[in-house]
Design a protein. Structure first.
Ligand code: ZN
Length: 430
């Protein structure tokens, strides 16, 4: 297998992006920071917006972010090419009154967020990160760095550990973060201090536990990349790279409005203000098209020729569990991004979308694979069917194949990560 220097550089940049994005709030901020560095203008939803034509803009709403590039020749009916992804990952979220402990240990009260593989979170150095809402109305990001750990019970004390490890979601998931008396200590104080603010000023918090280890390239021919939160930061990152690389030429005229939409709360079903089932994307598109002078009919005409490329991770065939996969369609790490297909609309891909995907891959000179589930092992879903249902925009569900989905540290193919960004570029280019 040949992994190019460009693909290795892309993986290193993804490692930086994942390290900077322990929570969805950090991920949205990091996307905005990268795009502002590339010349995008940060807009706020409460303000009036400037002239759209020829502009490049980014808006953050809580843990979600949408960025778009309006070509100079855009009209009221120019289609949007939307690359969609999600910023959140399964894991644990801090509970109210989070400073707990037992038998001399300090522990953190946490709630399970989404569907993590619980066992994969054991025996790792973990960060506490998220946002703090302060008494003066400010909202600041906070990140303790490595602070916590979920220690597994030694095999000597659990002789059944290798034949059937069972973790209780409450009893066995409260991480340790020090030695001391919980009545004298304050975990929120640690989090506040990491943000340079006083614990007394914190009026609210959304904080998650995240793996603190940096992503790494390894394996024969440097084929593998492992990191936390590849679901779905690998897609968010590919979209940012594509929008950044192409944005200058796009704004000079490409025939479509390039949009990156990274939503929060996908792991919970997307129903929130910043999730794909909420109004965020429609709000942004309505205002962008309104800025181009579009009336309601013209906006619907634009939607009728628009596309949403919904990108999320999918399952590579697992060599130790091949029977869990379709007997014929078996995507493999390193053989390209995947087109996701499901008869029950768990993925939004249809024949027309499959053909468009093939064209974008051809334009990018990238080979692709297909994913479909074994009938006895139904697949999950993603944001694609949700936004398609909301907006009526044609949607194709795609992604990269990975192993260890929802593990604290997932496994991807280096070349697939880079290929996804290249197809995203071709998609944005029209
Ligand atoms: Zn996902």
């Amino acid at each position: 297998m040949v992994v190019t220097a460009a693909a290795l550089a892309h993986a290193e940049d993804l490692a930086d992006f994942v390290a900077a994005s322990p929570s969805s709030y950090h991920a949205a901020a990091e996307v905005a920071r990268r795009l502002e560095d590339a010349g995008f203008t940060r807009l706020s939803e409460e303000d009036a917006w400037p002239e759209q034509t020829g502009g490049r803009f980014v808006v953050v709403r809580d843990g979600a972010v949408i960025a778009w590039v309006v070509p100079t020749d855009a009209t009221a009916t120019t289609p949007a090419h939307i690359f969609g992804a999600h910023t959140d990952s399964p894991g644990f979220k801090l509970k109210p009154k989070p400073t707990t402990g037992s038998r001399g240990w300090l522990q953190a009260g946490v709630e399970v967020y989404g569907g993590p593989l619980l066992n994969s979170w054991l025996d790792r150095e973990l960060r506490l990160a998220g946002r703090l809402a302060l008494a003066d109305g400010r909202v600041v990001l906070a990140d303790t760095g490595a602070l916590l750990r979920l220690p597994q019970l030694a095999v000597h004390l659990d002789r059944e550990a290798n034949s059937g490890l069972a973790l209780d979601k409450q009893l066995h998931t409260q991480p340790v973060w020090g030695i001391g008396d919980p009545t004298d200590e304050d975990l929120l104080g640690e989090l506040a201090a990491s943000a340079g603010v006083s614990a007394a000023d914190v009026r609210g918090f959304d904080a998650v536990v995240a793996d603190s280890a940096r992503g790494a390239v390894f394996g024969k021919d440097d084929a593998f990349f492992a990191a936390g939160r590849l679901d779905d930061l690998a897609s968010v990152h590919a979209g940012v790279v594509a929008l950044t690389d192409r944005s200058l030429s796009l704004s000079k005229g490409s025939g479509s409005i390039a949009v990156l939409a990274a939503f929060d709360h996908e792991e919970l079903g997307s129903a929130s203000r910043s999730g794909a089932a909420g109004p965020f994307l429609e709000d942004i598109l309505s205002r962008a098209y309104g800025g181009l002078g579009a009336d309601a009919t013209e906006q619907r005409r634009a939607f009728a020729t628009s596309w949403h490329l919904s990108s999320d991770v999918g399952h590579s065939v697992h060599p130790n569990y091949p029977h869990k996969h379709d007997p014929v369609v078996q995507p493999l790490l390193g053989s390209g991004p995947i087109l996701k297909i499901n008869a029950n609309q768990r993925y939004a891909t249809d024949a027309v979308g499959a053909a468009a995907w093939a064209n974008w891959c051809e334009a990018a000179d990238v080979s692709s694979q297909e994913f479909v589930s074994n009938n006895a092992v139904p697949c999950g879903s993603t944001i694609g069917p949700i936004t398609a249902t909301r907006l009526g925009i044609r949607t194709v569900d795609i992604g990269i194949p990975i192993l260890s989905m929802h593990s604290a540290r997932e496994l991807a193919g280096v070349s697939d990560l880079h290929d996804l960004a290249r197809v995203a570029e071709a998609f944005f280019a029209g």
